[in-house]
Design a protein around this ligand. Sequence first.
Ligand code: UDP
Length: 636
Amino acid sequence: VIPDLLYDERVYDKNGKHEQDLSRVKYYLEHFEEFDGRYSIGRFKLNKYHFERLVNLYRELAEKGRMKVSIDEFLGMLENGAFDDYESEVEEYFRLMTGQVFMPNTPALINSGRPLGMLSACFVVPIEDDMESIMKAAHDVAMIQKSGGGTGLNFSKLRPEGDFVGSTAGAASGPVSFMHLIDAVSDVIKQGGVRRGANMGILEVWHPDIEKFIHAKEKNIGTNVLSNFNISVGIWEDFWEALRDGKRYPLVNPRTGEKVKEIDPKSLFEELAFMAWSKADPGVIFFDVINRRNVLEPAKGGPIRATNPCGEEPLYEYESCNLASINLAKFVKYDDEGKPYFDWDEYAYVIQKVAKYLDNAIDVNRFPLPEIDYNTKLTRRIGVGMMGLADALFKLGIPYNSEEGFAFMRKATEYLTFYAYKYSVEAAKKRGTFPLYEKSRYKDGELPVEGFYHREIWNLPWDELVEEIKKHGVRNGMVTTCPPTGSVSMIADTSSGIEPIFALVYKKSVTVGEFYYVDPVFEAELKKRGLWSDEILKKISDNYGSVQGLEEIPEDMQRVFVTSMDVHWLDHILAQANIQLWLTDSASKTINMPNDATVEDVKAAYLLAYKLGCKGITVYRDGSLSVQVYSVEGEK
Ligand code: UDP
């Protein structure tokens, strides 16, 4: 922890020189012997060993010219409580992570303590309508992705294909062509980078190239077209109004501000749904919903117009976000009679710990670009999230697709946001608010959380929290996000994000042979009931990994142990909407549909998700892409 705080390559002087005044360090070192027992600065208590280590480390790094802070600033940080109880805290974070209670996003896991030191997963990069800006965006994407971050870009400011280019008197190549350029950059970077670079490409629905954009991945058969891009159409309220009222919808050239043509919104909507039905791309982002409760809007001078690659993190340009996800399954305990219950108090405690972890991560992070460093620190956005939802519900014996399941999702998310804010207010008292706080709508007692405006569903004292916020402010502009947790849920050995599990049993082929992978909670239940056998595993695996309709499996187990394909798409949307209700940011969720779902179903899903306050939607119809990451036996 400490080395990260002090270590910064970017301040390394080109001539290898540094101007740091080391007299204070020398003073502390020379007088060190006087500090017998414990040394204390403000609230910060250190034993001699730790103090020596800190000062030596400071000196060593300062001599190499790699210091981010002066010794005075460093001591000031100590006094302000930046390292309060650091020994016990380090141990506690170690215990929470190795105990699989929470995991930070992959970049934090792989880059911390290393020279890159880049800890965030989510970024948004601006792209303006000129070649300088386009190539700068390509550069920015490269710098972010080489250290494992994902980037979102809204291409809507680019003039449409065929439009006039002044400098050459030629014709513009349009947003889709530049998306291919960024895709090529990601392709090259991923060879030497930390992990596959992911992008979100966005085009707003009024752009003249919107139809080309919708079809941009039409030829995709797995991973051959724009393979480093998820694409999403950004929709604003006026489009829905035109659709509802049967009016024509204008497409506007962003360069001139002029209307280029009018289209029938119904047929565009149809095309959009058809492409999503056939190719799982594009998704849709509801910008008006994202900005409806956006308390940062006055501070940033406008709405949010982009998200990170998987859609869970709406961000301003050059903002970034660190995520960490809490494993809900770990909070299911059993009483004396062996009945499961959820330990809400411990959960509340861990949420505050994780919020603190992420808040500190902003300060120790070595951001890939100075613009990102600057903008991230203006809003100090953090993404406390959750994973292991499906496993927790299995343990609690609650079906994912039930009113009880949705109520649990709401409560788990309400706690997440409430206690993340609770930390953030406490931190504001000690360390100050995020710099743009004064210009935000928090000051008026508003929160960027829909659930807050529905008193009838509160489980927690939001009135009191808001009073505290109005009095002391908050340290973090936004606090909660539910990412897919593609890698970190595997490390935590739990179900991913907020999704139901993909299959209860599936066959895995490895060099030494084939074996069945069985969900651990399901395995325990089968064994408890004396149902465990090779035959039943084969039967479930042959049944697409599902127990629905298998007579050997008791009815109550069939209700609880559902897979993503067992859950109807309407219930997938309800789950997403219930979780969205209490998040400041958004959630990554796939709305799974069976292979025989229709384009009409996709359209209905979009409208329903919009009406229910989701911030976007991604539909995946089974089999619509020929390459899937996992596949279950029954599909082959
Ligand atoms: N991400 C990325 N490349 C990847 C996976 C993820 O850039 O291969 C970014 C992207 O912004 C995504 C975010 O990380 O939205 C979180 O994804 P996930 O939760 O799956 O990441 P994990 O921390 O589990 O690796």
